[in-house]
Design a protein around this ligand. Structure first.
Ligand SMILES: *Cc1c(COP(=O)(O)O)cnc(C)c1O
Length: 311
């Protein structure tokens, strides 16, 4: 269902001097993000098992991918988004023929509602980050890089609920690359994994205060948390301002727009340079996101207060 996305050499500042870095361009998936992989896999499996409709709660991208998959599979989709999901994204989901409902202020509220809705409708619920089959779908991005014969010595990715993290680690393991470390980036205010690791227990954030709504799960998947104790994962945070700056630098360098959620990973070379420069061939997962436009990027850029948010 998804594409084998382009694998391109990273240009400065996404590769530092002396590095040969790579970008896996999942921003170019038809559904605009890596979610196309796992959500597509999960929707296909549910429909093959007899599901007549699909329900998904999403900050935007999983819902967009679910709407895309449902249309391809010929079943109706009901997507529940929180109020924080922008109007253009709601409209984009509806334009694929899905029913869009708005419920609650953050993803966790939308999720609770969507689980009830799926039950009422007798539809299959597609979880946007916590399902082994979804991780299996995300893992294909590593399969593709390996099949392309590219060598890399770390993977940089963004973490929301931890589905991408779990999928990438599954992909590394099934390709015999379990020695390759992962740098897991979150924005301050949506750092449910980082705060859990600090506390050494899986915590629930009191609120989401980051603009990276796509990273805004108050609590990460149990599996994603556990993996950090059995796999070399380095958890880092960046501010919203740093994530937005990285999106702008990325647009300038690579001429592609991505959400601040993706900007969290793209900011790592600049913000966590000492860590990043330990690697010779970093692979950055350009996870993408449909919740971005020239206007929103410029608006975010103008919000100077973020520049001073402490990390
Ligand atoms: C979903 C998403 C994330 C976070 O992925 P998780 O699997 O929830 O950790 C990051 N960036 C983008 C663009 C996304 O759509």
């Amino acid at each position: 269902m998804h594409l084998n996305s382009p694998l391109v050499p990273a240009l400065p500042p996404f590769a530092l001097p002396g590095q040969r870095g790579w970008l896996k361009m999942d921003a170019l998936q038809p559904a605009g993000s890596f979610k196309h992989r796992g959500v597509g896999r999960l929707c296909s499996a549910k429909v093959a098992a007899g599901a007549k409709a699909i329900v998904c709660a999403s900050g935007g991208n999983a819902g967009y991918a679910a709407a895309w998959a449902a249309r391809a599979l010929g079943v109706p989709a009901h997507i529940v988004v929180p109020e924080s999901t922008g109007l253009p994204v709601r409209e984009a989901i509806a334009a694929l023929g899905a029913q869009v409902q708005v419920h609650g202020s953050v993803w966790d509220d939308a999720h609770a509602h969507a689980v009830r809705l799926a039950d009422e409708l007798g539809a299959a619920y597609v979880h946007p980050f916590d399902d082994p089959l979804l991780w299996d779908g995300h893992a294909t991005l590593i399969d593709e890089v390996v099949a392309a014969g590219m060598r890399f010595d770390c993977v940089v990715l963004a973490v929301g609920g931890g589905g991408l993290l779990a999928g990438v680690i599954a992909g590394l393991r099934r390709n015999g690359l379990e020695h390759v470390p992962v740098i897991a980036a979150e924005t301050v205010g949506a750092a449910s994994l980082h705060e859990s690791l600090k506390a050494r227990e899986r915590i629930t954030l009191p609120a989401i205060t980051s603009i990276a709504g796509t990273l805004g799960a108050k609590r990460v998947a149990q599996r994603a948390f556990e993996l950090c104790f059995e796999y070399p994962v380095q958890s880092v945070t960046v501010t919203d301002g740093e994530a937005v700056d990285a999106c702008l630098a990325f647009a300038d360098a690579h001429r592609v727009l991505v959400e601040p959620a993706c900007g969290a990973a793209l900011a790592v070379p600049m913000v966590h340079r000492a860590l990043f420069e330990q690697f010779k061939a970093p692979l950055i997962e350009v996870c993408g996101g449909v919740g971005v436009s020239l206007d929103t990027l410029n608006e975010w850029k103008g919000t100077a207060a973020w520049k001073t948010t402490p990390r």
